[in-house]
Ligand binder design. Structure first.
Ligand code: ATP
Length: 408
């Protein structure tokens, strides 16, 4: 059986991974816990839209205990907390495919509570709703996650008395760990902004999370970290993080609010930088046109966007945010740069000739020589073909860093 749990926390605290880790300890569950990230554009999320799945033997005691745990520890009084639990029995191949398809939709698009209930009935899973029960969407999806490009995260939990306090960690130990383990461990620091990224900032029980390609490597990396406060315990999770699982190829016309997509198209307006430093341009394919944005938080990534020109052929990866129909960029691949030709004045008497007016050619100020023929010069494009991504500090949990491309 797989047990899925979601939406137990609130901005005031708690964390679904913590509840799952406590259950694992209590029932001495041997299997690795799964931390499954879902559509990052969903407005109901508290932080990173994560749900948890626990693979275990069927046991009525566990079922009751899970329900009691969620009832006791969830932040039920918070208006945005709507927990859900899914108990998924061993499935036939056909039902497994239905559940996988459901996961693929939840990780990439917007899904209704009714769709989750219908899927549960179709595959014979039990779902338990608290309050409006939206958590069953994530709980059921987590049970169907296909971890064919899985990564691992070691989460260290704080002692309760430290919740809400600033996290105390030896800053240098994180940079040294990164130097030793990168790229086997990734997104631990942001070199450009000199930030450590493994510690969150909220009142939740998480002290830090170290991401990497195997369970062994994240455990080794943790041994190099120097926490300056007591840690309650650590737990390693298998995850779909850094997999790009959320991105689906779509044509512009097919895109709906909250979708996570990959689109191939042509730049159809030159980039503009607006107040606040956000950069926007339009992209078109044969079905339509869409605004693409690289926000201030994406830092140096915007410098690449600013160099794009109308006619450039690119692939964009990103998501439709909560507040507009703009595609927030996560990565782009520049496939073809448009050649830009500019009229350039010819030389005469060792100097550049001056324009005689629009379409009237050029004249030499010194000898009065006139030339009607205009020379064209290819403008140097200060940009290369290939992939560009946002820096680690602006990366979504599900986004695959380029350093993981072609790596298993
Ligand atoms: P944390 O990362 O701290 O665990 P969170 O950011 O995961 O918190 P939740 O509290 O789990 O946020 O809330 C997310 C809610 O959105 C859940 O109820 C989940 O079922 C629901 N949800 C997740 N994905 C989708 C989706 N694609 N469509 C609709 N609802 C979704």
């Amino acid at each position: 059986m797989i047990i899925g749990i979601d939406d137990t926390d609130s901005p005031n605290g708690m964390c679904t991974t913590y509840l799952a880790a406590k259950l694992k300890k209590k029932f001495k569950i041997k299997s690795t816990l799964r931390l499954i990230r879902l559509n990052p554009n969903i407005p109901y999320k508290t932080r990173g839209n994560g749900a948890v799945a626990i693979v275990t033997d069927f046991n009525h005691k566990i079922r009751k205990e899970v329900i009691d745990y969620i009832t006791t520890y969830s932040h039920l009084s918070h208006k945005k907390t709507n927990p859900g639990i899914a108990f998924v029995p061993k499935l036939s191949r056909k039902k497994q495919i239905i559940l996988e398809k459901f996961y693929r939709k939840v990780v990439s698009e917007h899904v209704s509570i009714i769709e989750a209930e219908d899927t549960a009935v179709e595959i014979g899973a039990e779902v338990i709703k608290f309050k409006n029960g939206r958590g069953i969407i994530g709980a059921l999806a987590a049970c169907g996650a296909v971890l064919d490009d899985k990564t691992f995260e070691l989460i260290a939990y704080r002692e309760k008395r430290n919740y809400g306090q600033e996290r105390k960690i030896n800053f240098q130990s994180v940079f040294s760990m990164n130097e030793k383990f990168y790229p086997k461990c990734f997104d631990s620091v942001d070199i450009v902004s000199n930030q450590i990224l493994i510690t969150p900032h909220g009142p939740d029980p998480i002290f830090c999370g170290i991401r990497g390609k195997s369970s062994m490597v994240v455990k080794k990396a943790w041994n190099d970290i120097i926490p300056l406060e007591k840690i309650e315990f650590i737990q390693v999770f298998e995850t779909n993080q850094a997999s790009d699982d959320h991105l689906k190829w779509k044509k512009i016309r097919e895109i709906k609010p909250f979708d996570c997509v990959k689109i191939s198209g042509k730049v159809s307006s030159n980039p503009k930088t607006i107040q606040g430093g956000h950069v926007f341009f339009k992209l078109m394919d044969e079905t339509g046109e869409i605004d693409c944005g690289a926000y201030r938080q994406t830092g140096e990534f915007r410098d690449v966007m600013k160099q794009l020109c109308t006619g450039d052929e690119i692939i964009v990866y990103g998501g439709i945010g909560r507040h507009s129909n703009t595609l927030n960029l996560e990565k782009i691949c520049i496939e073809k740069l448009k050649s830009i030709l500019l009229d350039t004045p010819p030389l005469c008497c060792g100097r550049k000739m001056t324009s005689s007016g629009k379409n009237k050619g050029f004249k030499c100020r010194k000898c009065n020589n006139k030339i009607r023929k205009v020379m064209k010069t290819k403008v140097f494009r200060d940009i290369e073909l290939g992939w560009f991504e946002v820096p680690p500090r602006a990366r979504r949990h599900l986004s695959k860093p380029l350093v993981r491309f072609n790596r298993k």
